[in-house]
Design a protein around this ligand. Structure first.
Ligand code: ADP
Ligand code: MG
Length: 477
């Protein structure tokens, strides 16, 4: 299966990209639903995680529908690698930020189980207790989170929750929303890590909505739902990321019960999504209304000062691992000025610079522009959402939004749908699989096909290209 996926991956990304990023990707293990791959460095791991994990996951799923999750691990140094080489140093070094406490003995509460998942990339650490929750990234602390006007309120709320703990907080549930890459996951994990390291020893569970669905589905299959519910009933702090992906009636029903139960017993709940609670159209109305009963805070894109600070802290962390690293202040501020879209692009840019630096020690600003051109957003960040695109396109072609995301394949629907997919890919940073999901759960190849098709059509059809320009203007209004 790994060979087949590799071959398809190569076909999709092209041999050059494949050789640079996936040449050293190896299969680590396959269990029923989880595939683990390994790479030699943390750098490659985060690079692949950030840019290609969706694609890789869907390629595996096309080979085997049972596979639900793909994880990238960092291999420990093997024979043939000099001791003390960079690869080895990275694996052996503890994370620069404070590690969440791992209780050594005694009862193993859910919280510690969650914290120990953090170590999935560090093979030396043994898991104790049952695995529960999505992995926490030990770098995602409050200390590493840069404060600014765009996130001040959200950060204050998050800190209060991490410090005060269950029952002591007046906003419940706390709902954080923003477009992609603006720090939701970082902030949520900082709450989890912060709470876990407090003396209260709270039981904390951090989950992505997708993981929640997967966990419940497996529990139901294995006749284990009761004990799962029992576990969840007894936690102090529930944190759910990417709420927009929660779907399925029975799962939502379970989630609704859980939410009611926790909120009624004054346990803290924190939720993040890519849109406001009232815009979560696919959500069960009861869940939505419960989520709206707390406080919703939106985070905006970081300004220049924040972006520069984010880059500086990244550099400091990297220097902690390798003292010889340096990127000039001119280059940092140039990058901060030009990469405006989100923390994710900034991270991508930074990683790219770090990587290039090792072959080209004398990077010039011009060279940086060349390398990062594809990341530079034109002007100020736009915040176009797929919903807006669907709404505008539906209206323009006189169909309904439901029809646009439905299974219907009549011509009157198919064309607007393809146009909407094309616009989603060009106007938002969403990946193909993600766009597919937002269009009624379509496969990413369908989206890819739609985008290519419209691109082809535009090049030979001025009327259509004018129509698309008009739609873009309408969407940006
Ligand atoms: P989201 O979950 O909203 O899509 P993430 O939390 O994954 O965004 O953030 C993307 C990247 O940008 C992460 O590496 C994160 O650490 C970084 N980032 C975003 N906002 C900040 C911030 N205010 N301070 C430091 N890093 C940030
Ligand atoms: Mg996120």
């Amino acid at each position: 299966i790994f060979e087949r996926v590799s071959a398809r991956l190569k076909a999709q990304v092209g041999p050059d990209v494949f050789a640079s990023w996936f040449g050293r990707l190896k299969l680590h293990s396959v269990s029923k639903s989880l595939v683990r791959l390994s790479v030699p460095t943390t750098f490659l791991k985060s690079w692949i995680n950030n840019r290609y994990l969706d694609l890789i996951t869907s390629l595996f799923q096309q080979e085997d529908a049972e596979i639900l999750k793909v994880e990238i691990l960092v291999r420990t140094a093997t024979r043939g690698v000099r001791p003390g080489s960079v690869d080895e140093a990275i694996v052996e070094q503890p994370a620069p930020q404070a590690q969440p406490r791992r209780s050594a003995g005694g009862p193993q509460p859910v919280a510690s189980a969650v914290a120990s998942v953090t170590a999935s990339a560090q093979p030396r650490v043994q898991h104790t207790g049952p695995l529960f929750g999505s992995p926490l990234d030990p770098r995602y602390t409050f200390d590493a989170f840069v404060e600014g006007t765009s996130n001040r309120v959200a950060l204050a709320a998050a800190r209060t929750i991490a410090e005060a703990g269950a029952g002591a907080v007046r906003f419940n549930p706390l709902f954080i929303h923003s477009s992609v890459g603006l720090g939701k996951t970082h902030l949520l994990q900082a709450i989890a890590l912060g709470a876990l390291s407090s003396a209260r020893n709270p039981r904390v569970v951090y989950l992505t909505a997708e993981y929640f669905m997967w966990r419940f589905a497996t529990a139901i299959r294995d006749n284990d739902a009761l004990s799962l519910k029992e576990t969840l009933r007894n936690i102090d702090l529930l944190i759910i990321d990417d709420m927009q992906f929660l779907q399925g009636n029975s799962i939502q029903n379970e989630f609704c019960h859980l939410l009611n139960m926790l909120l009624d017993s004054a346990k803290q709940v924190v939720v993040a999504a890519d849109r406001a609670p009232w815009e979560l159209e696919s959500l069960d109305p009861r869940v939505r209304s419960r989520l709206q009963g707390g406080v919703a805070i939106e985070m905006e894109a970081p300004d220049y000062e924040m972006r520069l600070e984010i880059l500086k802290r990244r550099l400091a962390v990297a220097q902690h691992e390798d003292h010889s690293l340096d990127i000039s202040p001119e280059i940092l501020s140039h990058v901060a000025r030009n990469i405006t879209a989100s923390g994710r692009e900034l991270e991508g840019a930074f990683n790219q610079l770090l990587f290039r630096r090792s072959f080209e020690p004398n990077l010039t600003i011009e060279r940086v522009d060349e390398l990062l051109g594809h990341l530079v957003a034109a002007g100020e960040p736009r915040r176009v959402r797929i919903e807006d695109i669907q709404r505008v396109v539906a209206k323009h072609y006189n169909v309904s939004r439901q029809e646009l995301v439905s299974n219907r394949r009549t011509r009157v629907i198919v064309k607007p749908r393809q146009i909407a997919m094309y616009l989603s890919k060009t106007l938002t940073p969403r990946s193909f699989p993600e766009i597919g999901r937002r269009f009624g759960g379509r496969d990413h190849t369908t989206v890819l096909h739609a985008v290519r098709k419209i691109e082809d059509l535009i090049s030979g059809d001025t009327k259509l290209s004018h129509e698309i320009e008009l739609l873009k203007r309408l969407i940006n209004e």
